[in-house]
Design a protein around this ligand. Structure first.
Ligand SMILES: Nc1ncnc2c1ncn2[C@@H]1O[C@H](COP(=O)(O)OP(=O)(O)OP(=O)(O)O)[C@@H](O)[C@H]1O
Ligand SMILES: [Mg+2]
Length: 462
């Protein structure tokens, strides 16, 4: 019940009383003879005293009560900032003080409640899984930001609608139904095309119970597990590729050995040829295993570079004899432009591997009598390694893929040169563990340029 109108009535009644009293006194005085003037004056004085008393009563008791009533109204309407500003003593002053304390407490409670609401909605909105809250009748009460980014729309498109009217996915419907039916957590998964990309989504439906253990609704959690699926596919591909790469030389070795054992070894020339093939295939096998071990070592979390101060001139002198021989076999001219005395803090063994892999590729994918150049220059913060060839070049579409494990632009051709498609994957890993960058410029039929930028100083060391 509202208090203000009730308390307003006595105040009005007082004023009305005073008015009537003044009017009656005036009329009486006008009717009286001079003998009664003194009596009338006394009445007027009485009236003034009465008026002063009433004003005092009004100021001290009626107004504070009226203000308290107004404060209670404000509080009932939810305005917890309202306060009483009236100096009064006694029990009314005490009442007003208590009302002010009550208002202050309510205001603090409200603030805490708002903060908790904000924290909760921040958590819900920033969680990396989609979230939907459904009540016991199937109406959606809440959808979070991640859910909207998965399924589109705005909160208004879902809130207060029945879940099966606004969510089309059959798996979601089933998860909600089973969650309500069995009153326990239900998990399932489905695929959904989001922004033209196929996404794999795991869904969990969890029932919500009230304090009497009665089902109140359900919460749905949706996880985007596409990246995990991709990793799984990559792992399966890797195992398939490794198995395939191992199987090919082993089949070849077994086949040629069998033929030799079945009598072919009696022919000296065949024996020689087959042994050469077996030798090549076993070296290929050993190279492949060596490369796989290198990659797995580089990929290990605990992998540590053995950094020392390396001098590139010295490094090149160690690498060139290995490469020069291959270049000469193909009549390729191999030139080097290395700025004198470039040094850097790096893992010498790994940097050598970069040079060997890039130069081997340049020679392998350049026809006979071509040109290959290695240049190493000092560029303020980086050492810039460039390997240039005028060989077969790489198709623009293939460039982003050449650093993938086992990727070869032309499988047959690469096989002829003994390649397994791991060389550039290793180079990329080594460059990355040195915090460097690798890039390629290439034109089909004209040649390729590989750029490696290595920071001279280890940013991770103090
Ligand atoms: N300089 C180059 N010119 C043309 N194509 C290249 C060059 N370097 C690399 N490629 C292409 O990139 C692919 C991947 O190279 P990568 O060095 O990783 O493997 P590979 O040479 O085939 O085998 P290996 O593991 O023995 O090095 C090659 O198969 C080749 O198609
Ligand atoms: Mg290679």
């Amino acid at each position: 019940m509202r208090l203000r109108p009730l308390l307003g009535k006595p105040l009005a009644a007082y004023h009305a009383g005073i008015f009537i009293l003044v009017a009656v006194t005036g009329i009486i005085i006008s009717q009286l003879t001079e003998a009664y003037i003194i009596l009338a004056s006394i009445l007027v004085v009485e009236y003034i005293i009465l008026l002063v008393i009433m004003l005092h009563v009004n100021e001290k008791y009626i107004r504070p009560i009226w203000k308290s009533s107004r404060l209670v109204d404000e509080l009932l309407e939810g305005n917890y900032r309202a306060r009483i500003h009236h100096e009064s003593g006694g029990s009314i002053g005490e009442l007003n003080n208590k009302l002010n304390v009550l208002a202050r407490n309510l205001s603090e409670f409200r603030m805490q409640e708002q903060m908790q609401e904000e924290q909760l909605s921040t958590v819900i909105d920033n969680t990396q899984s989609g979230l939907v809250l459904i009540d016991g009748k199937g109406y959606i009460h809440l959808v979070n930001r991640k859910f909207l980014s998965m399924f589109g729309g705005t909160p208004q498109d879902y809130r207060s609608y029945l879940y099966y009217d606004v969510l089309e996915n059959e798996t979601i419907h089933q998860t909600v139904q089973y969650t309500f039916l069995y009153e326990k957590n239900i998990t399932d998964s489905f695929t959904q095309t989001i922004d033209f990309e196929k996404k794999y989504i795991d869904i969990i439906g969890a029932p919500i119970f009230d304090e009497r253990n009665m089902l109140k609704g359900a919460v749905l959690l949706l996880y985007d597990i596409t990246h995990l699926k991709k990793l799984e596919v990559m792992r399966k591909d890797f195992v398939a590729n490794v198995s395939h790469e191992l199987k090919t030389p082993i089949t070849s070795i077994t086949g040629f050995t069998e033929t030799l054992l079945n009598g072919a070894m009696d022919d000296k020339e065949t024996l020689n040829n087959f042994l050469m093939i077996i030798y090549d295939e076993s070296s290929r096998l050993s190279n492949l295993i060596e490369d796989l071990l290198t990659l797995s070592r580089l990929e290990k979390d605990e992998f540590k570079l053995t950094r020392t101060t390396i001098n590139f001139n010295r490094l090149i002198n160690e690498v060139l004899p290995i490469i020069q021989q291959r270049a000469e076999q193909k009549g390729i001219s191999l030139t080097t432009d290395v700025t004198k005395d470039i040094t850097m803090h790096a893992d010498g063994k790994r940097i050598k591997q970069i040079l060997i892999n890039l130069l081997t590729n340049a020679i392998s994918y350049t026809p006979e009598n071509g040109d290959v150049n290695l240049s190493i220059t000092d560029e303020e913060e980086n050492v810039h390694i460039t390997v240039t060839d005028n060989g077969i070049g790489i198709d623009q579409e293939a460039i982003p893929r050449i650093f993938e494990r086992f990727y070869r632009v032309d499988k047959a051709r690469s096989r002829d040169t003994g390649g397994t498609g791991l060389g550039l994957a290793i180079v990329k890993h080594i460059v990355e563990v040195h915090d460097g960058k690798i890039s390629v410029d290439s034109k089909l039929g004209e040649g390729s340029v590989f750029h490696v930028l290595l920071p001279k100083y280890d940013k991770t060391s103090p």
